[in-house]
Design a protein around this ligand. Structure first.
Ligand code: B1M
Length: 214
C-alpha cells in the first residue's frame, strides 16, 4: 500500500494523530503537498461521503473523518500557503446560511491567502446580510460562497439578489463553489464565476480582480 493510500484509509477511519504523522511521512518521501491533499486527504473524504450515502457509516464517523482531515490540513497548510506574496485584493468567503460544511471553504481560504489575497473568513452558516455587510463595511471586492447541500444552494441566489438590491454588484464580484454547485447554476443565479476546486478558485479570483473576469 502506498503512503497516499494509507492516508486515505486513515482519514476514513477518523484517526487524526496517525494521519498527521502519515502526512509528514509523505512529505519526507518527497510527495508534493498538492498531491497529498488531492490523492490522499480529498480522496479519503470522497470515500467517506460514498459510505455515508450508502449508510455504511454514520454521522459521528463523518465528524471523526472531518477532524482527521483538519489534522492533515494543518500539516500541509504552510506549504499550500507559500508566504511572501503581496496583498492583491480582499475576498470575503463563507459557507452559506444553513450550511455547516467548512472544509472546502477553508481550503479555498488557504489557497487564496497563499496566492497573496487578503481573506475575510465569515465562517459557516453565513446569512446574505453578512455577505453584504462584508462589502459595505469591510470593503470586500470578491464574495466567495460555498455550499455543500443542495438545500442551501438557494441561499447563494438570495445573497446575489440582496447584493443587487443594495447596489453592491458594481463593488464586489461573486464567486460560488461546492460539490453540488455547477457552472450552469452559477450562471442561472447571476454569479460572476464558478470554481470547481480551491486551486481554480484562485484562478477565478485573479481574473475577477485583475482581469475583466466577466
Ligand atoms: Co455532510 N453531507 N452533512 N457533513 N458531508 C455531504 C455534503 C453529503 C454529499 C454526504 C452524502 O450524502 N454523500 C450530503 C449532502 C447531500 C446533498 O445535499 N446533496 C451531506 C449531508 C446530507 C449532511 C447532513 C444533512 C447529515 C445529517 O445531519 N443527516 C448534515 C448537514 C449539516 C449542515 O450543514 N447543516 C451534514 C453534516 C456533516 C458533518 C458536520 C458531519 C461534516 C462536515 C464537517 C465540516 O465541514 N467541518 C460532513 C462531511 C465531512 C461531509 C462529506 C463526507 C465531506 C465534505 C468535505 O469536507 N469534503 C460530504 C460528502 C462529499 O462531499 N463527498 C458530505 C472535502 C472537501 C475538501 O471537499 O467541501 O466539496 P468540498 O470542497 C471542494 C470543492 O467543492 C470546492 O473546493 C474544494 C476542493 O478543493 N469548493 C469550492 C468548496 N467550496 C468552494 C467555494 C468556492 C470554490 C470552490 O468559491 C467560493
Amino acid at each position: 500500500m502506498t503512503t497516499l493510500q494509507e492516508i486515505a484509509g486513515t482519514l476514513e477511519r477518523g484517526e487524526a494523530e496517525p494521519l498527521a504523522g502519515l502526512v509528514r511521512r509523505a512529505l519526507d518521501e518527497g510527495i508534493p503537498a498538492r498531491t497529498i491533499l488531492d490523492d490522499g486527504l480529498i480522496a479519503g473524504m470522497a470515500a467517506v461521503g460514498e459510505k455515508f450515502k450508502c449508510h455504511e457509516i454514520f454521522l459521528p464517523d463523518v465528524l471523526m473523518a472531518a477532524k482527521a482531515m483538519y489534522a492533515g490540513m494543518d500539516v500541509l497548510k504552510p506549504l499550500l500557503a507559500a508566504e511572501g506574496a503581496p496583498e492583491r485584493g480582499r475576498v470575503a468567503i463563507g459557507s452559506v446560511q444553513g450550511d455547516l460544511h467548512d472544509i472546502g471553504k477553508n481550503l479555498v481560504g488557504i489557497m487564496l491567502r497563499g496566492a497573496g489575497f487578503e481573506v475575510i473568513d465569515l465562517g459557516n452558516d453565513v446569512p446574505p446580510e453578512r455577505f453584504a455587510e462584508a462589502v459595505e463595511k469591510e470593503g470586500a471586492t470578491v464574495i466567495g460562497m460555498s455550499a455543500l447541500l443542495t438545500t442551501t444552494m438557494a441561499s447563494m441566489s438570495k445573497t446575489v439578489s440582496l447584493l443587487e438590491e443594495r447596489g453592491l454588484r458594481g463593488k464586489a464580484r461573486v464567486l460560488v463553489g461546492g460539490a453540488p454547485v455547477s457552472e450552469e447554476f452559477a450562471q442561472s443565479i447571476g454569479a460572476d464565476a464558478y470554481a470547481f476546486d480551491a486551486a481554480s478558485a484562485v484562478d477565478r479570483v485573479k481574473l475577477l480582480i485583475e482581469g475583466d473576469g466577466a
